[in-house]
Write a new protein. Sequence first.
Lengths: 184, 184, 184, 184
Amino acid sequence: MSIAVIYGSTRENGNTEALTEQVIDGLSVEKIHLREFQILPIKDERHSANGFQEVFDDYNNVIETVMKHDILIFSTPIYWYSMSGTMKLFIDRWSQTLRDKNHPNFRSELGKKKIYVVAVGGDRPSIKGLPMIQQFQYICDYFGMSFEGYIIGKASKPGEIQMDTKAITCALQMKETLRKHVNP
Amino acid sequence: MSIAVIYGSTRENGNTEALTEQVIDGLSVEKIHLREFQILPIKDERHSANGFQEVFDDYNNVIETVMKHDILIFSTPIYWYSMSGTMKLFIDRWSQTLRDKNHPNFRSELGKKKIYVVAVGGDRPSIKGLPMIQQFQYICDYFGMSFEGYIIGKASKPGEIQMDTKAITCALQMKETLRKHVNP
Amino acid sequence: MSIAVIYGSTRENGNTEALTEQVIDGLSVEKIHLREFQILPIKDERHSANGFQEVFDDYNNVIETVMKHDILIFSTPIYWYSMSGTMKLFIDRWSQTLRDKNHPNFRSELGKKKIYVVAVGGDRPSIKGLPMIQQFQYICDYFGMSFEGYIIGKASKPGEIQMDTKAITCALQMKETLRKHVNP
Amino acid sequence: MSIAVIYGSTRENGNTEALTEQVIDGLSVEKIHLREFQILPIKDERHSANGFQEVFDDYNNVIETVMKHDILIFSTPIYWYSMSGTMKLFIDRWSQTLRDKNHPNFRSELGKKKIYVVAVGGDRPSIKGLPMIQQFQYICDYFGMSFEGYIIGKASKPGEIQMDTKAITCALQMKETLRKHVNP
């Protein structure tokens, strides 16, 4: 099994990335920093006469990279109690891929994947981040993906995540689980 | 009291707009269609040496328009169980405005506003849309905004919202409430 | 189709009952006031050598009455952000019925029913009552019951529910839906 | 600081108790097994002419024991996606204590306490237990209690909780936190 990490952070080396680093330390993963790609907002053309029109940005390349992997780790800062807009733009586009003849089995292929979420927020994230976790669950349910686990860390200032010993402990735990998936 | 409607829809005249139309029928409102503006993803520079850098897009104009009004109606389709990426990009940028010297009272000014949410989704939205409602509540709590009410409609195909008699009834109800706010 | 209303209120003629009265006005329903019955807390004996032991209280009679009907309306005040303890005691006992040889098809029989929830709370119930709604959904999902709708009213003092025009409007709406189920 | 553990389990030595045992191992705590006491359902008499009437059961003794402690650990199995009816009966009665002249400072006294929740469920509890966590948060908010942390374990059969290494790890983590509170 191979792993892709999909990062929704908008700055480098922030707390979310640092916590995720603990999760993937020593594992072979493909890192996808969404901020490095141009991904336009979806234009809902499900019901247009001609359906969705081709969009000329980086989305198709990104989704193709994602689809190569068996385990997806969504690593996102919690902005306003949900995933970053950067990550939401990416996920919104799945509605187009669901109707893309180049991805005829998108739903079932995605449905084979295992999902993990690593999120960091500053405002009582272990409570106020829970609606976001429920949303990830609904997304997983839609595709039949297996939502295997999540970590919610608390941090605001650079480096602060290292003081969230609970999150760090959970990260090590998640790493062990991933290691077993990769080398059963 | 004056009203702004902030639309997160990505197509014209969709179900979300149609439901919102029922809410504002006969009222004087300023309509802000976010899809018509360029709003870039926030770059989190809260902790950078130089802080947030000026962004050259339409966000500042949009937020200034928003701030003129007392009542804000967030009108969004439910994409993947939360607000559209288009709307999320807009709200994410509030983190920058909170630190913008041109908006020294942004938090307290926003805290005076009354908030309504009108949302439409296709996949059991009256249940699966609830985490999004909780997120709006957390956003309101952060600023001290008063979250006055929400409607969640169910529709997928064009025009289908008209068959959701419960949502239509709630829309008329909300219109009456708004009318009293505007003409007490 | 026939309707049972299962009341979790602990006082007579309170706001929850008053709101429910609007829902069932003119309809033929069987009313089950849980407070009038002795229903003991479940004793979890799923894993005991001898399994669940017979409990001598009113539960079996109540569940038999419930099972005769096609539509169940759970009418509960919101106590501490969830259903009343009186109602929870009743639902907890379902775990025993699931293993009761007198109810060999309990899960599938329950799975045929349509569920409505009418709830009234005093502390921002349209937000703080949502976790309870999610829990009802999970219960419905477990059995395969169809969760058809819910109303959350706001009231504390006697009679106050009549001022929640939104809830009253929704109650009338729900009544129309029920009427169509009963006389299609 | 002293610790009380309030158990909502209905059988002895179940998974919830076993997980809680890991949390309190080596700490001095007062254990309150609610199943050993008679606690009647609240009768809502907030609005009766004579107010709440004295109830002759064990509740008053239990709440007095609880109030002696600074840290409360609510240890409950997840029954139907929320706390056990046994625990709910106890918490529902707080509405009476809030109006009990023998507890004139109930709200503010409770507001000084630190709260932890340890819960175990069998049906995807890390997702389906989240509404219950949100409800505990709302309860804490009402009183001003500090909701310090929660663990959700997954287990059904006796002893199964020991296989939930994530929950066990979190329990050890919580124990360390408690130890620091008790011996700062």
